[in-house]
Design a protein around this ligand. Structure first.
Ligand code: TPP
Ligand code: SF4
Ligand code: MG
Length: 350
């Protein structure tokens, strides 16, 4: 047996959400990750967010690549659709699935090795195309599964467990996502679930490419002094720019009286209310976000929170003007244009 199934029985009095599911219905198998691995906290945050947002588990598709992080979809949403791709190829498989059926919620789970090394091109194109999904990178600065080599997101000067120093410049996935046109960009920390759960909820409600970089320490290979991805280092340098206070689904809103609150409307009529923790930070200004990020990171800080949100976000389906119905629901007459139309199309290309 390569996994441990969780007992299905649970207490009949467990609280149910609006669609009739308990929190336990959103769990998966028992995790086989190291005790204390940050990735398990990210799984717990996904469970919490989906339960709170009343998402039916069978309406979710979770896709991943290869790595400890990419194993985690087995540990949450056991009743959802799942696909474990080749290393670094999650974004293209997710793009295809999304184009075939836009009615599902797509969760792309990846690691810093999976997305910043072998899958960097895939990551970039999914962001620039605006594939509607929640793309989470569980970022620990190492290849956890293959025993702790530095990944491409490791900071220059960061020290490995056995003393080697990383001399390469780090790839900042948040900076890249911003530059590539992602319309929801956030950074969380697996050690701060209060911040992370609303960030995931906001991403689920978002109408375009949502990217969340979650600093998720690897306790086996990158949690020592000198590492910039250890629990201690991240706690000490975490600079939260804002907090999502709540996501309100009602269309009618009254303006908040508190100047520290900012309200950002989402494409579906919901509103996301943010509590400003950094004076003057405007999360709807892409250039300002890029500037602020660079400034804080140069000072050794780790900016977290909702870094950027485009309220007018659109997605790949809108760009391609695709049919709304899932392809498997189309009948032959809709799928086959007929020989007359085909001849006309061919004539246009001659
Ligand atoms: C094509 C291919 N190349 C290399 C590997 C070896 N490999 C497996 S996981 C991994 C890196 C995983 O790192 P990351 O995505 O950061 O996940 P983590 O384990 O740290 O969560 C590598 C290089 C592989 N499985 N497939
Ligand atoms: S090796 Fe690291 S990333 Fe993998 S399960 Fe253990 S702590 Fe987590
Ligand atoms: Mg990693």
């Amino acid at each position: 047996m390569t996994y441990i199934a969780k007992p299905r029985l649970h207490h009949p009095s467990l609280q149910k959400n609006a669609v009739g599911y308990t929190r336990r219905d959103y769990e998966g198998k028992v995790s086989t990750l190291c005790a204390g691995c940050g990735h398990d906290s990210v799984s717990a945050a996904i469970v919490q967010a989906c339960w709170q947002l009343d998402i039916e588990p069978h309406r979710v598709a979770k896709l991943s690549g290869i790595g400890c992080s990419s194993k985690t979809p087995d540990y949450f949403l056991g009743a959802s659709h799942g696909f474990n791709t080749v290393h670094g190829r999650m974004p293209s498989v997710l793009t295809g699935a999304n184009l075939a059926n836009r009615e599902l919620l797509y969760l792309g789970i990846s690691g810093d090795g999976d997305s910043a090394s072998i899958g960097l091109g895939q990551f970039a194109h999914a962001m620039r195309r605006g594939v509607r999904m929640v793309y989470i990178v569980e970022n620990n600065g190492v290849y956890g599964l293959t025993k702790g080599q530095f990944s491409a997101t490791a900071d220059r000067g960061s020290v490995a467990k056995k003393g080697a120093v990383n001399h390469d410049a780090a790839i900042d996935l948040v900076g890249l996502a911003l530059q590539l046109g992602a319309t929801y960009v956030a950074r969380g920390f697996s050690g701060d679930k209060t911040q992370l759960v609303p960030l995931i909820e906001g991403a689920i409600r978002h109408g375009g490419a949502a990217f969340i970089d979650v600093i998720s320490p690897c306790v086996a290979f990158n949690n020592h002094a000198g590492s910039t991805r250890s629990y201690d280092h991240v706690r000490e340098h975490n600079e939260a720019l804002n907090r999502i206070d709540f996501i309100d689904l009602a269309a009618e809103q009254t303006a908040p009286a508190d100047a520290a609150l900012i309200e950002v409307p989402q494409h579906d009529g919901s509103t996301l209310r943010l509590r400003r923790l950094h004076a003057g930070y405007d999360p709807t200004d892409r250039l300002a976000a890029m500037n602020q990020l660079q400034t804080l990171q140069a000072a050794g800080e780790i900016p977290t929170g909702l870094l950027y949100l485009d309220p007018a976000a659109s997605d790949l389906h809108q760009a391609l003007n695709t049919v709304a119905a899932p392809l498997n629901r189309l009948a032959e007459a809709e799928l086959c244009p007929g020989s007359a139309l085909l001849a006309k199309l061919n004539a246009q290309l001659r």
